[in-house]
Design a protein around this ligand. Structure first.
Ligand code: ADP
Length: 278
């Protein structure tokens, strides 16, 4: 409890009494704590790639005797670190816009087949070390969704699958109409598409599974510490899925692999009216 006492005075500035203001600041303190945590993590995570960019460019500028192979190698590091920085800044901006509630969905009937075709082309270079299997029995009904956001959700899940599973293993992308038994308890009723990204990677401990979709949650082990990231990817992914009314969840076994599933509402004729109003 926070107690504040303020002297009260009349129009001649004479003391007339005291006003006591008692307020519960638990929530305020919680938000202060989150803000501190945010700044701490962000400044640390942003500084690491920046330090490396500054260091390498300084060497490149000051050492005239470097052979072209080393020059290229250093430039590649600078480029990778700048990429990492770019991704982090994008995640941070996404989070602040999503939390502020200013992200609006541009929803229409979206065919998942085409979206997936586009994003696999986009991920082509990242996917060369893995086998991607797409299990999608056409024809499938379209979903009622924002095309770019759907792409972002699936790209995030596929990028994680690539990041956290060994080269040469298989990643499956499965798309089908959800049956009631597919949905977790408490899932909203209705007709849903179920999209699953399954990997044969390092897996996730049960105690971490529950917290994965929270802000800044990263699993702390030697495997994940080597990988870059601030732990915002799955948080953003969850917010985007929930904006569509869907849910996201994970099933995983350490050393065997993980399976991330999420739902999107199926487009129905009745939705046309709603979509036009938005
Ligand atoms: P990050 O940017 O740290 O990868 P995410 O929010 O995308 O952040 O993921 C949070 C954490 O969840 C990661 O640090 C990682 O430990 C774990 N994780 C996410 N996807 C997978 C996966 N497919 N397999 C194993 N662990 C995963």
């Amino acid at each position: 409890l926070h107690v504040l006492s303020v002297p009260t005075r009349d129009s001649h500035h004479q003391l007339t009494g005291r006003l006591w203001v008692v307020s519960d600041r638990t929530r305020e303190r919680e938000s202060d704590r989150l803000k501190d945590e945010f700044i701490g993590i962000v400044s640390h995570e942003l500084r690491t790639p920046l330090t490396s960019i500054l260091g390498y460019t300084e060497i490149l500028l000051n050492r005239q005797d470097l052979d072209s192979e080393s020059q290229r190698e250093f430039l590649l590091t600078v480029s990778n670190e700048a990429d990492r920085l770019h991704k982090m800044v994008k995640d941070l901006l996404d989070v602040s816009r999503l939390e502020a509630g200013v992200v609006k969905l541009n929803r229409w009937a979206v065919g998942l087949w085409q979206v997936i075709e586009e994003l696999t082309l986009q991920l082509h270079t990242q996917l060369v070390q893995h086998k991607l299997l797409i299990d999608m029995r056409t024809p499938l009904p379209p979903v009622f969704a924002d095309r770019d956001k759907v792409k972002q959700i699936i790209v995030n899940l596929l990028s994680n699958a690539i990041k956290y599973s060994p080269e040469g293993t298989e990643i499956q992308l499965i798309v089908r109409q959800a049956e009631a038994s597919d949905l977790p308890a408490g899932h909203p009723a209705g007709q849903w598409m179920l999209i699953t990204v399954q990997d044969q990677g390092i897996g996730i401990e049960p105690e971490d599974q529950a917290r994965l979709f929270e802000r800044f949650h990263r699993v702390d082990n030697s495997n994940t510490r080597q990988k870059s990231g601030v732990g915002l990817g799955l948080y953003i992914t969850r917010l985007l899925v929930e904006l569509h009314g869907g849910r996201i969840w994970v099933q995983s076994t350490v050393g065997v692999g993980s399976s991330f599933s999420f739902t999107l509402p199926i487009w129905t004729v009745q939705r046309v009216e709603g979509a036009l109003e938005e």
